[in-house]
Design a protein around this ligand. Structure first.
Ligand code: C2E
Ligand code: MG
Ligand code: MG
Length: 668
């Protein structure tokens, strides 16, 4: 059925024959009815004719009884007409003749059946019996009107012919006028009555058809509506791509194919770089437009790879593709990067020197492993994505199980970090910071240490990124500040302690308040703390971060910029935030052996000094470097030459020995 009727029905929503709700005119509707009912009529015609012929032949017995003198002829006529009708019908059926022609054959069989019997019957000598026997002609009329399911016109024509024959015979067969009148009235009543019932039956059938049609339309409509709803529930409304729910289902299919028949596949996570910044700068409408452009470009390119693409979250997309080798998935991941780059959507306000929208891409490939789980591949792609971001974005990374940053090792670390504080696996060591002019230890930097359950130390370069990624840094950070206050500041071991704080902490709502609580609880004043901020992965300077920094300053806490010169954002951060001290990364000092390196260090120092910040140089290891710091007039220094990081207890012991607070302390 076409979908026109359903749509029109939906508009009008009420029933009644010949209504335009079906999207068809009365004639079209009738012809549809005839087309639709042809199959049933065809099915019913065959047994109908066979039964009719059988009964017709059985009446041979009454011929023998009532008109024995011509019975031989009437019976012969019965057989001739019956057999001819059945043969014609069967041949037509086999040749696939239309139902209307089959009906004509049946109608002709009725007429010839009556005429065929009548002709020899009227020759009987017993005219009176013939005149009674003739009345059976009305059975033929009933047959045309009620027994077969002819179209109404054909029934009327057939029964009318029978009526005419009856009248003709009634007229010629000798009998009384009364008899002729009674029979004439009987014939005409029979004709009217059977035709009327036939007409009613036809109407009834037609109404049944209309009801069935309506039910069908409603069913189709409900099915269509269901399909549309299903589509809607699986589609991302903004980009038109599959949404997370749909793509998760696909992922299950890919996964079960891999488990069952080993069809390997890759999962690729795509994250639009600095998208929040894009939204902030150009507005949400432009942000949406950007996502749509990226989505369209990616879904066009994915078509060549027999893959599936979906929107996984805000600015994150996911691609699944069946591939045989790792290299292929890496090629696809690279192609995705280039496709987004190729769109050249302007993004002027990024802070990494790139001025267009790009994407970071993390890919993972199915690999045999014990206790393989469906979520694992997404988890691995996520880790690869993290590495892509850490590698400066606009690049693709494939999950490498042997890489400690992305391996199960980091999974273990994440688990370890969760229990670290409770199990006493985490501790702080302090590295002295010397004032160059006075030669005194003016401050200490608190550095976090983590040991595994077996006592092995894990370097911060490994566990800090994991803690940042998993969010464990929030609790660890609060713990570090509290510990610094209680084990270093309360006993006046040193005037100021600097604590490393990750941008993730600064971005978290309520961080400044939690610091204020710690200060309140420990009774330490804010000016005894400095927070070191490193431009790390989260180099976008969120307004949240700026707000948090100003809250911290209100508490009296100093803000230092750590590892200056190693990231992209340092300069713009210098412009935005009034840092108390800028710590120049040790790599600049270590490159000083070369004239170029020396010039670089001097330039950086000049730049920071011009902005009025205090300067601290990290990584002072030798006497020469110390002398150089004096020469250049650096404010503060830190490094192995001054002192290595050591636990608080070692400073407490030394202080007890010297009874001199705030002097230069060298750890063993
Ligand atoms: P950072 O804040 O720049 O810390 C200085 C790092 O340089 C420390 O490494 C320190 O041991 C090392 N160092 C100090 N003097 C010298 C020297 O003369 N020569 C050399 N070669 N290295 C020196 P560490 O303890 O491994 O920390 C590495 C990084 O981990 C830190 O860099 C900091 O970014 C991060 N980190 C450490 N503790 C924390 C923490 O509590 N919270 C956060 N968010 N990050 C931390
Ligand atoms: Mg630091
Ligand atoms: Mg540093």
């Amino acid at each position: 059925m076409n979908d026109r009727p359903s749509s029109v029905l939906a508009e009008t929503g009420h029933a009644g024959p010949y209504e335009p709700r079906y999207g068809l005119g009365p004639d079209e509707l009738r012809s549809l009815y005839h087309r639709e009912t042809q199959a049933t009529r065809r099915q019913e015609a065959r047994p109908g004719l066979w039964i009719a012929v059988a009964i017709y032949l059985l009446f041979s017995a009454t011929d023998l009884l009532l008109i024995p003198d011509v019975a031989a002829y009437t019976i012969a006529a019965r057989f001739a007409v019956g057999v001819t009708a059945l043969l014609t019908f069967e041949v037509q059926l086999r040749r696939g003749v239309g139902t209307d022609w089959l009906d004509v054959t049946c109608a002709a069989a009725i007429i010839f059946g009556y005429v065929g019997w009548l002709c020899p019957a009227v020759l009987s000598a017993d005219k009176e019996t013939v005149s009674y026997y003739m009345v059976f002609g009305t059975i033929f009329m009933m047959g045309a009107n009620l027994f077969f399911t002819f179209r109404f016109n054909l029934s009327i024509v057939t029964s009318a012919i029978i009526l005419c024959i009856l009248y003709a015979v009634n007229y010629f067969v000798p009998s009384t006028l009364t008899y002729k009148m009674v029979l004439g009235i009987f014939y005409i009543s029979c004709f009217i009555f059977t035709s009327y019932v036939n007409w009613k039956l036809n109407e009834e059938r037609y109404n049944v058809f209309l009801n069935a049609l309506e039910a069908k339309i409603q069913h189709n409509e409900a099915t269509e509506r269901g399909k549309a709803l299903l589509r809607l529930s699986r589609t991302d409304p903004l980009t038109g791509l599959e949404n997370r729910r749909a793509i998760d289902e696909k992922l299950r299919d890919y996964w079960s194919d891999w488990q069952r028949v080993g069809t390997s596949f890759g999962a690729i996570l795509i994250d639009v770089d600095f998208f929040k910044k894009f939204n902030d700068c150009y507005g949400h409408q432009e942000g949406d437009r950007c996502l749509i452009l990226v989505a369209n470009a990616l879904s066009d390119m994915i078509k060549q790879y027999d893959g599936s693409i979906g929107r996984y979250g805000g600015e994150e997309f996911i691609v699944l593709a069946r591939m045989e080798k790792k290299d292929q998935i890496m090629d696809l991941a690279e192609a995705i990067c280039r496709t987004v780059e190729g769109l050249a959507i302007t993004h002027e306000l990024r802070r990494d020197g790139v001025s267009i929208v790009t994407a970071s891409v993390g890919a993972a490939f199915t690999r045999k492993q014990t206790a393989a789980k469906l979520e694992k591949i997404i988890h691995e792609a996520d880790r690869a994505l993290y590495l892509a971001k850490a590698s400066g974005r606009n690049c693709a990374r494939l999950f490498d199980p042997t890489d400690p940053q992305s391996s199960d090792e980091s999974e273990n670390l994440a688990a370890l970090l969760k229990i670290a504080i409770g199990q006493g696996l985490v501790s702080l060591v302090y590295q002295p910071i010397q004032d160059v002019a006075s030669g005194k230890v003016e401050a200490m930097e608190a550095l976090m240490r983590l040991k595994m359950l077996d006592g092995t130390l894990v370097p911060p370069s490994l566990f800090i990124p994991v803690a940042e990624r998993t969010g464990a840094i929030l609790e660890l950070g609060r713990w570090a500040i509290r510990t610094v206050c209680t084990e270093m500041l309360l006993d006046d071991h040193v005037r100021v302690v600097s604590v490393n704080v990750s941008p993730i902490q600064l971005k978290t709502p309520g961080f400044a308040a939690s610091v204020a609580t710690i200060l309140g609880e420990t009774g330490v004043t804010g000016n005894r703390l400095a927070f070191e901020i490193t431009e790390g992965l989260e180099m976008e300077m969120h307004s949240d971060i700026l707000r948090c920094i100003s809250d911290l300053k209100l508490l009296g806490i100093k803000i230092w910029l750590d590892d200056f010169g190693t990231g992209f954002a340092g300069l713009s951060w210098l412009r935005l935030i009034d840092f108390d001290t800028v710590k120049i990364d040790r790599s600049f000092l270590h490159d000083c052996g070369e004239p170029k390196g020396m010039a670089m260090l001097q330039d950086i120092i000049a730049l920071v000094r011009n902005r009025g910040h205090q300067i601290l140089v990290e990584g002072v290891e030798t006497d020469q470097q110390l002398a150089l710091m004096h020469e250049i007039g650096i404010d503060k220094i830190q490094g192995y030459r001054v002192g290595r990081p050591a636990p608080a207890a070692s400073f407490q012991a030394k202080r007890a020995l010297h009874k001199r607070p705030f002097t230069m302390l060298k750890s063993a």
